[in-house]
Design a protein around this ligand. Structure first.
Ligand code: NAD
Length: 498
C-alpha cells in the first residue's frame, strides 16, 4: 500500500493508527502507486484548515490505466457466479460495520461532520453494500410466449461494462457505496473519481474491497481509484474512450450538465444524481413539535450541506410565527464545533468559498428586508464555520430561497393555501426531495400526486434508505440509486427471440 506524507496532529479527528492505513496513491489493477506525473495535492481538515495528507494527483494517463484495468477485468468479472459477487459484497459489508469507528474518524477529519453523523453515514453506506449483496442473486430476466403465439421471448440482463463513478465530497462513503455496490453486484468493473476535497474515505474503503477481492482470488482490476485535483483530466479521456460503457455522477447540476454533454458523443449510459432545492412544507394542522425535529434533521445534517437539505421552509401563515420561534429555539441548542469534539452537533462548512457564499446570500436577504432570528454570523474560531441561522420575512425570489444554499440557513416563507404551497414548492428547476408536515391524509395523497420531487417525506425530516429508490425529477437528475431500481442502472436488457 502506498502511504503518503501525512501531518496528522492532535487537533484533528484522525488517530495516527487510522491515518497509517489510509492509502494515498492511485489504485490501478490491485496496486496503489503514485500518479504518473509524481504530483500530489493536499487534503485538509475543514474544522482547522490543517493539511492532513498529500494524495496522488491522478491525470489522463492514470485514468486510462484505470480504464484498461477495468476493461481487462470485465470478462472474468461478468463470468463470476452471482453468488460469488454476493459473498464478496457481504464480506465488505461486515468489514465496514466492524471498522465503523475508523471510517467515521476519516469522514469527520476530511469532511468535518460530527462523529455521530459520520457513524450514521457509515451505517447507511454499509446498508447499500448489504442490500446489493442480496440483490446480486435476485435480478430477474423474462421468459414468455410471444402474444402472437409464434415464438418465445427471452429478456436477459447483462452488465453494461466498465463504469466511471464520479462522487461529491459531502458523503464520502455513502456516495461511493451507492454506486460501487450495485455496479459490482451487476458484474461491472469500476473506475472511481472521488471528490478532490474528500478522497481519503474512498481510498480506505477501496482498500477494503481490494483486499477482499485479492483474498478470494477474484480480479482486483474491478475497482480502480483515481483521485485528482483536475477532474476533467480524468473524465475527459474516459468519456471519449469507447471502452467506457457507463457514467454515474453525483454532484452539482452544473457539472452534471457538462458531463451529459460529453457523454452524448459516445451515447454513453448515464445516471445523474444532481442538486436539490427541497421545500419543507408545514401546514396549519401540523404537529409543530414533530415539524421542528424534522426541520433540524432536514436542514442541519452536515451543516446543511446535503442534496436533500431543506432549503425553503414554506409555512402556513397561521403557524409561521410559532414555527419560527420554535425553530429558532432549537437552532440555539445546537453546538458548533470540530466534528471530533464531544458534544458537537454542527461541524464546519467544507471550504472558504462555501462560507463566503452563505454570507453573501444571507446579506442579500437582509438587505431585502429579511430578519435574522438567530445566527447570521461566523463563530470566532479557526475553520470554515457558520452559525445555524433562521431568517424570517423572506420572499421566494431571494437567492437564499431560489438557489441551493448548501449551508445552515433556514429561510421561512409564509403561504396562505394548499394550492399556493404546492405552487411555491414546484416553483423551482429542481425536484429531488420535498418534506411535508400535515395530519390530513387526503392532503398527503394530493401532495404525493402534485409535488414535483422524486422523493417526498411525510411528517419526517429524513427519507434516504438504501432499500428505496433515491433520485430526482427535473434538473435534479436522471435514474435512481438504491432499492430494486439501483442495479438497473448497471444492466442492459437483451431480448432474444426464439
Ligand atoms: P461538484 O459538481 O462540484 O463535484 C462533484 C464531483 O464532480 C467531484 O468529484 C468533482 O471533482 C467532479 N467534477 C467537478 N467538475 C468536473 C468536471 N468539469 N468534469 C468532471 N468532473 C468534475 O459537486 P460537489 O460540490 O462535490 O457536491 C455538492 C453538489 O452535489 C450539490 O449540488 C449537491 O446537491 C449535489 N449532491 C447530489 C446528491 C444526489 O444524490 N442527488 C448527493 C450529494 C450531493
Amino acid at each position: 500500500m502506498l502511504l503518503g506524507t501525512h501531518t496528522v496532529t492532535m487537533t484533528t479527528a484522525l488517530p495516527p493508527t487510522v491515518a497509517a492505513h489510509v492509502p494515498t496513491g492511485v489504485l490501478i489493477d490491485g496496486s496503489w502507486r503514485p500518479a504518473r506525473s509524481g504530483r500530489t495535492f493536499e487534503v485538509a481538515d475543514p474544522a482547522t484548515t490543517e493539511v492532513l495528507f498529500d494524495v496522488a494527483d491522478g491525470g489522463e494517463q492514470d485514468a486510462l490505466d484505470a480504464l484498461t484495468a477495468a476493461h481487462e477485468a470485465f470478462p472474468a468479472w461478468r463470468a463470476t457466479a452471482p453468488r460469488v459477487r454476493s459473498e464478496l459484497l457481504r464480506a465488505v459489508f461486515e468489514t465496514l460495520v466492524a471498522r465503523t469507528e475508523d471510517i467515521a474518524a476519516i469522514v469527520t477529519a476530511e469532511g468535518g461532520k460530527p462523529l455521530a453523523e459520520s457513524r450514521a453515514e457509515v451505517a447507511y453506506a454499509a446498508e447499500y453494500v448489504r442490500w446489493y449483496a442480496e440483490q446480486a442473486v435476485r435480478f430477474d430476466g423474462l421468459a414468455r410466449r410471444a402474444p402472437s403465439g409464434g415464438n418465445h421471448q427471452l429478456v436477459l440482463r447483462r452488465p453494461v461494462g466498465p463504469a466511471l463513478l464520479i462522487t461529491p465530497w459531502n458523503f464520502p462513503i455513502a456516495m461511493i457505496a451507492r454506486k460501487v455496490a450495485p455496479a459490482l453486484a451487476a458484474g461491472c468493473p469500476v473506475v472511481v473519481k472521488p471528490a478532490q476535497l474528500t478522497p481519503l474515505t474512498t481510498a480506505y474503503v477501496a482498500e477494503i474491497i481490494r483486499e477482499e477481492l485479492a483474498d478470494r482470488g477474484l480480479p482486483t482490476g474491478v475497482i480502480n481509484v483515481v483521485p485528482s485535483s483536475s477532474a476533467r483530466s480524468v473524465s475527459g479521456p474516459l468519456l471519449a474512450d469507447p471502452r467506457l460503457r457507463k457514467l454515474s455522477f453525483t454532484g452539482s447540476t452544473e457539472v452534471g450538465r457538462l458531463l451529459l454533454k460529453s457523454a452524448a458523443d459516445g451515447i454513453l449510459r448515464t445516471s445523474m444524481e444532481l442538486g436539490g432545492n427541497a421545500p419543507f412544507l408545514v401546514f396549519e394542522d401540523a404537529d409543530l413539535d414533530a415539524a421542528v425535529i424534522g426541520a433540524v434533521q432536514a436542514k442541519m445534517r452536515n451543516a446543511g450541506q446535503t442534496c436533500v437539505a431543506a432549503n425553503r421552509f414554506l409555512v402556513h401563515h397561521a403557524v409561521a410565527g410559532e414555527f419560527a420561534d420554535r425553530l429558532t429555539a432549537a437552532f440555539e441548542q445546537l453546538v458548533v464545533g470540530h466534528g471530533a469534539e464531544p458534544g458537537t452537533t454542527v461541524g464546519p462548512l467544507i471550504e472558504q468559498p462555501a462560507v463566503t457564499h452563505v454570507e453573501t446570500v444571507v446579506a442579500e436577504a437582509v438587505d431585502a428586508g429579511a430578519v435574522v432570528r438567530t445566527g447570521g454570523t461566523r463563530p470566532a474560531r479557526r475553520g470554515y464555520f457558520y452559525a445555524p441561522t433562521v431568517l424570517e420575512g423572506v420572499t421566494p425570489d431571494l437567492r437564499v430561497v431560489s438557489e441551493e444554499t448548501f449551508g445552515p440557513v433556514a429561510p421561512i416563507v409564509p403561504f396562505g393555501s394548499e394550492d399556493e404551497a404546492v405552487a411555491l414548492a414546484n416553483g423551482s428547476d429542481f425536484g429531488l426531495v420535498a418534506y411535508a408536515f400535515t395530519r390530513d391524509v387526503g392532503r398527503v395523497m394530493r401532495l404525493a400526486e402534485s409535488v414535483e420531487a422524486g422523493m417526498i417525506g411525510i411528517n419526517r425530516g429524513m427519507v434516504s434508505d438504501a432499500t428505496a429508490p433515491f433520485g430526482g425529477l427535473k434538473q435534479s437528475g436522471l435514474g435512481r440509486e438504491g432499492g430494486e431500481l439501483g442495479i438497473e442502472e448497471y444492466l442492459d436488457p437483451v431480448y432474444v427471440a426464439l
